[in-house]
Write a protein that binds this ligand. Sequence first.
Ligand SMILES: [Zn+2]
Length: 84
Amino acid sequence: MKPAGVVRKVDQLGRIVLPKSLRKRYQMNEGDPVEILVQGDHIILERYRPKCIFCGSMEEVNDFKDRYICASCLTEMTGLQENA
Ligand SMILES: [Zn+2]
């Protein structure tokens, strides 16, 4: 991790404005979901990408009834149903 060279103050509501240059660089647009992660003393902002509820994969994830499942787990589940 390296400093972005920017210091910002947290406002009354806990908000911080991300500099335009960083938003542009990391292709963050208005309304984009951002996940907040913590690692020791660090707070990390990451573009939110849905993860499979079974294996945690972020590849080929599909939305099913407000849950996310990857293509691999879906194939596995389909196989279980066929063998039942
Ligand atoms: Zn999965």
